[in-house]
Design a protein around this ligand. Sequence first.
Ligand code: NI
Length: 138
Amino acid sequence: MSKIARITISLDQELLEQFEKKIAGVGYASRSEAMKEIVRQSLVEQEWQESDEVAGTISLVYDHHEGSMVKKIVAVQHDFGHVIICSQHVHLDHTNCLEVLVVRGKPPEIRGLMDRLKSIRGMKHSALMTATTGRHIH
Ligand code: NI
């Protein structure tokens, strides 16, 4: 557990009101908890800009009956085997598949993988959740 530092910040009244509005209903124990979360989020964003190694997840939803989709998705994943730690495939119903890839690597490589996957024709949903390796976040 790191030492707690206390700071005082000055905000424009309007900005404070926007902040209060933003955190209302989320259930933060205090403004401090909300601020910590926002600071951590911005650190993760910075990590994705500057760091050599980040982690995240990619989720995909597609119809496995659609032409050569499955072949293409598998081929792309083989091209990026060094970035994909594991994947999970769920058969949502008779038609639709949900696939989740856990990824770790250089941000441009992960974005490259994401670009290749989302450009596959017929993809119903694709999203990248930018997480962190946790090493630089406290
Ligand atoms: Ni399936």
